[in-house]
Design a protein around this ligand. Structure first.
Ligand code: GLU
Length: 423
């Protein structure tokens, strides 16, 4: 992916706080409530040793930020990324808090991360890093406390090792402590493509509001990780879109006739997860992909890819934020001025945590749902949240992001008030 630096050296967490402040200003909140909701409640910052294959020991750094637990146990993924910092994890934990609230899940928000490059670790090393990390934060985890899940560069296999480590510490089975597990270990049907599928339901609702047909609409997808690849395939399958551009870390591909997304999917499976080496299509950069004249642009990779610098050149009708934090606040204002319809990340990519919640419910009940039930309930959750956001946007006369934040912040604030924490 082309490297894009954070706008005007602001940190990601400052960006998350600015989004919070802008929405909070629309609401009737006490100054104490505002002060409390703009910071995390608890942060774990750990360092742990791992024996490497060559016999040496390496010290890894990890984080878990449990941002707010007023609405329920905290929930959110784990990223294994070489540039992870406490600041990025803080921002992502804040976004999880607003995300679970806007789709009305009985959960708070959290995020975790380990500073590491999974591509440079052997399978054995990756397993030891995963187990050690969980061991070090296990006292603060539990189905009623905090529930991790996959995120960037973490997989169902990693969740399986972590579950096993956690259960061996506790001495009993607790499937619900972690979600995004493999099916054979208490995972839920439909969790793997849930983030992308939820995004497709949100795009369908946006198209309805805009009076636009998705059949034949052009779509560009940035990123071909777990979210991006299913966004491409489901964009074609569920919405009938013509996927004209895809990308990964090595660059982007453009085909004005539309790609056969099933073929792209199979190609990356057999080519180390890469799609940019696919032999057909015109080679373009990730930067060019973002600026294509398409109906739907789906950033599905990193944060901070739509900035004040490139926002004036974005030409899509809809920006569907499948990634967390892809648009900076300054860029946001530019997109709004241009009349681009943004489906904010906290709603657009909430399908993952929604089906994670379904997974926890199934784990606690010990009774598992079929595909239709998962898909129908996911659709209902996203569609209801979309209507809540849309109505709030009309009432307040603001854009979708501010409206989604307003709905979320009000829900969290109500729980905080009812608990008697802050007036
Ligand atoms: N990592 C995903 C997200 O950012 C899912 C989190 C979860 O399932 O808990 O929403």
């Amino acid at each position: 992916m082309d490297k894009i630096t954070i706008e005007q050296s602001k940190t990601l967490f400052q960006m998350a706080q600015r989004q919070f402040d802008e929405a909070a200003a629309l609401l009737d909140l006490s100054s104490g409530m505002r002060a409390f909701l703009r910071v995390p409640m608890q942060e774990l910052h750990i360092r742990f040793p791992v024996r490497m294959d060559d016999g040496s020991t390496r010290v890894f750094e990890g984080f878990r930020v449990q941002y707010n637990s007023a609405r329920g146990p905290t929930k959110g993924g784990l990223r294994f990324h070489p540039e992870e910092t406490i600041d990025t994890v803080r921002a992502l934990a804040a976004w999880m808090t607003w995300k679970t609230a806007v789709v009305d899940l009985p959960l708070g928000g959290a995020k975790g991360g380990v500073v590491c490059d999974v591509k440079k670790l052997s399978v054995g090393e990756l397993e030891r890093v995963s187990r050690r990390y969980i061991r070090h934060i296990s006292r603060n985890l539990g189905v009623n406390e905090d529930i991790p899940a996959p995120d960037m560069y973490t997989t169902p296999q990693i969740m399986a090792w972590m579950l096993d480590e956690f259960e061996s510490i506790r001495g009993y089975s607790e499937f619900g402590v972690i979600t995004g597990k493999p099916l054979a270990l208490g995972g839920s049907i439909g969790r793997v493509d849930a983030t992308a599928r939820g995004g497709m339901y949100a795009i369908r609702e946006a198209a309805r509001v805009l009076g636009m047909h998705t059949a034949g609409a052009t779509m560009a997808v940035q990123g071909f990780g777990n979210v991006g690849k299913y966004t491409a395939t489901l964009g074609e399958e569920l919405l009938g879109c013509k996927v004209v551009a895809v990308s990964d870390i090595g660059g982007a591909l453009y085909n004005d006739k539309g790609f056969d997304t099933g073929e792209l999917f199979n190609y990356q499976m057999t080519h180390g997860g890469l799609v940019s080496t696919y032999p057909e299509g015109e080679r373009i950069s990730n930067k060019e992909l973002l600026e294509l004249e398409v109906d739907i642009l789906a950033p599905a990779a990193l944060e901070n890819v739509i900035t004040a610098e490139n926002a004036p050149r974005i030409k899509s009708k809809i920006v569907a934020e499948l990634a967390n934090g892809p648009t900076t606040p300054d860029a946001d204002a530019i997109l709004v001025d241009k009349g681009i319809y943004v489906i904010p990340d906290i709603l657009c990519n909430s399908g993952g945590v929604i089906v994670s919640n379904f997974e926890m419910v199934q784990n606690v009940y010990g009774y598992y749902w079929g595909t239709n039930r998962v898909h129908e309930r996911l659709d209902r959750k996203i569609s209801t949240a979309f209507i809540d956001m849309h109505q709030r946007a009309k009432e307040l006369g603001v854009n979708n992001r501010k409206a989604a934040y307003a709905v979320a912040i009000e829900r969290v604030a109500e729980a905080v008030r009812l608990r008697g924490w802050v007036d």
